[in-house]
Design a protein around this ligand. Structure first.
Ligand code: HEC
Ligand code: HEC
Ligand code: HEC
Ligand code: HEC
Ligand code: HEC
Ligand code: HEC
Ligand code: HEC
Length: 375
């Protein structure tokens, strides 16, 4: 009798363990098939870019793109190091950002007194500009002034009013409050945000391999064991056009859903939100992979600046001339005006006030002179 009970318990135990394994396996599969940037890593460790490029030489050039350099940890901030010293004046206040020995210092003086803070992080690789973060009263702050490449110098950071602050302390900048630090570091670094938690000690600067592919610990182990059937890493190439653009690249480049949550959809500044703009283009169904971000951009390579490069992308759907025959795949109207350089007229570059830079409008459309830019 006792023997039978323990046999039953034994069988039950084996079954439970098996179920446990199946559930754990299903969760694992789910984890790597449903990975999105900034998701919880479930304790799987990041291994760093250098480990990845040992086997993936073809993708190694990603590390030279602006995305991979979207943040630098002070004092290794190239712009300040190259300039030595940057200054800006606003009413009684003089701002200085300067490299001094092994530190980058941010100071404000009003003639009577001054405040100096070491800069911790430099945001943006500076193609448009760079904003700096420091700590004040134990809270992260954004500097009130930023570097702008077009000016080759400092001006007000986007969103900071040019009015003259009442005190030196008010003139410092803006406290990055609530869950904003998670957002900033989530979009500009790898590994610093895991789920909702900010882990600055684990930060790897810039958008590196594992920001898009997920933490690599298990992949490394699987590949070293030649377990090729289960790569245990996320390949976004399998996502559909809409999901890729909106929920994948859109995590950081602002999807339609995210833009709708912003006050006034962020007004004219939403030109920077390519997924949102593309979603609004009449006729361009984002379910079609021919208008997904990957159709025109390889995230492992430098951005193509030659407009003619994009023509073939448009002509994957549009006829070149009205005389051409429509096919199942290629049936969108031909342009009555031109057969090349489509993006120059239909994806215009628009200068944003205060940003001192132009952005490419991904809201594909017929533009007319003096017509306001749609928002
Ligand atoms: C020891 C060599 C090795 C290292 C290190 C390595 N990989 Fe791989 N990786 C491979 C091999 C081999 C494959 C092909 C597997 C297959 O075809 O099933 C692969 C496949 C992939 C894929 C495609 C997976 C799929 O489902 O199609 C991605 C994405 C990837 N690796 C990213 C990375 C990243 C990111 C890192 C760093 C965290 C990394 N790899 C490190 C060997 C490696
Ligand atoms: C983890 C956040 C993140 C994800 C995910 C992400 N990006 Fe980016 N991307 C950035 C940041 C931040 C920059 C700005 C870098 C800078 O200039 O400092 C950027 C810049 C770019 C640029 C401009 C490069 C240049 O030369 O100015 C392109 C193109 C781009 N991303 C394409 C993509 C595509 C395509 C995807 C999806 C496959 C994607 N990104 C996913 C954060 C991200
Ligand atoms: C939702 C993701 C996201 C968040 C949050 C975010 N950024 Fe960015 N940031 C981007 C992307 C994508 C770009 C490149 C395209 C653009 O300019 O909009 C960028 C560009 C920049 C640039 C210009 C870089 C260049 O190309 O020269 C600066 C500076 C910058 N961010 C600073 C910050 C700071 C500081 C914070 C936090 C206070 C922050 N960002 C929060 C995604 C983000
Ligand atoms: C901004 C996001 C992003 C970053 C950063 C990124 N990748 Fe990718 N990676 C992708 C996307 C999207 C695909 C799918 C490409 C496709 O199917 O055309 C991909 C595909 C791959 C593949 C599979 C290639 C294949 O033929 O299927 C490998 C391997 C890979 N990436 C390695 C890397 C390595 C190594 C790094 C860092 C040096 C890196 N990636 C950085 C987005 C990224
Ligand atoms: C039909 C082609 C096409 C598609 C699809 C596309 N882009 Fe672009 N993108 C362009 C062109 C053209 C440029 C401008 C290149 C240049 O001249 O510098 C550009 C530039 C950019 C830049 C650089 C900043 C700027 O405003 O100039 C970023 C970032 C970017 N695209 C992100 C994305 C993201 C994210 C997606 C997916 C939602 C996407 N793009 C889809 C054609 C495309
Ligand atoms: C996935 C297929 C696809 C791609 C890729 C594509 N288009 Fe279109 N486009 C369409 C469809 C479908 C329409 C709707 C009407 C039609 O048949 O022309 C359209 C409409 C347009 C319109 C008219 C918009 C309006 O408001 O009347 C313009 C202009 C346009 N596309 C330009 C472009 C340019 C430029 C590119 C490349 C940068 C491009 N398209 C890429 C499918 C596409
Ligand atoms: C020099 C500027 C310019 C260039 C370059 C250009 N277009 Fe156009 N396109 C226009 C203008 C202007 C119109 C509106 C014409 C009208 O309404 O009479 C237009 C109209 C269109 C339409 C709407 C046609 C219709 O019947 O409603 C499409 C689609 C289109 N263009 C696609 C393209 C594609 C694809 C390319 C590249 C092969 C291209 N365009 C290159 C200026 C341009």
């Amino acid at each position: 009798m006792r023997g039978r009970v323990s046999l039953k318990i034994g069988v039950l135990g084996v079954l439970l363990v098996l179920c446990g394994l199946i559930v754990a396996r299903a969760q694992q599969d789910n984890f790597f098939s449903e990975w999105r940037p900034n998701a919880n890593t479930r304790g799987i460790r990041y291994v760093g870019n250098n480990a990845c490029i040992e086997c993936h030489k073809e993708q190694a050039q990603q590390l030279h793109t602006p995305m991979a350099q979207a943040l630098e940890v002070a004092p290794d901030c190239r712009i300040v190091t190259a300039k030595g010293k940057l200054t800006f004046r606003n009413g009684p206040y003089t701002y200085t950002i300067a490299r001094e020995g092994n530190a980058v210092l941010y100071s404000i003086a009003d003639g009577r007194s001054s405040i100096t803070k070491p800069i911790l992080y430099c945001f943006g690789q500076g193609h448009v500009g760079q904003t700096f973060l420091f700590r004040h009263n134990d809270v992260l702050y954004e500097t009130r002034v930023s570097y702008f490449e077009k000016l080759r110098g400092l001006d007000f950071t986007i969103g900071h009013r040019p009015a003259i602050p009442a005190s030196l302390e008010d003139a410092l900048g803006r406290a990055i409050a609530g869950d904003e630090p998670q957002q900033c570091f989530g979009c500009h670094t790898t590994g610093a945000v895991q789920g909702l938690e900010l882990k600055l000690d684990q930060l790897s600067p810039g958008v590196g391999c594992e920001a898009c592919h997920g933490p690599g610990e298990k992949h490394l182990a699987a590949m070293k064991a030649k377990n090729l059937d289960e790569p245990q890493i996320f390949n976004p190439g399998g996502l559909g056009g809409h999901e890729l653009s909106q929920s994948f690249c859109g995590t950081c480049h602002t999807s339609f859903e995210q833009a709708m949550l912003l006050p006034g959809q962020s007004g004219i500044n939403n030109i920077r939100f390519q997924p949102y703009r593309m979603f609004n283009s009449r006729g361009h169904n984002t379910n079609d992979s021919r208008v997904s971000c990957l159709a025109c951009h390889n995230p492992h390579e430098q951005l193509q600046k030659d407009t003619a490069y994009y023509d073939q992308k448009c002509l994957a759907c549009h006829l070149t001339t009205a005389k051409e025959k429509k096919t199942e795949r290629r049936r969108a109207d031909a342009c009555p005006v031109s057969t090349s350089k489509c993006a120059t007229c239909h994806m215009p570059k628009i200068e944003l006030q205060g940003m001192h830079a132009s952005f490419t409008d991904h809201w594909i459309r017929i533009t007319k002179p003096n017509e306001p830019v749609p928002r």
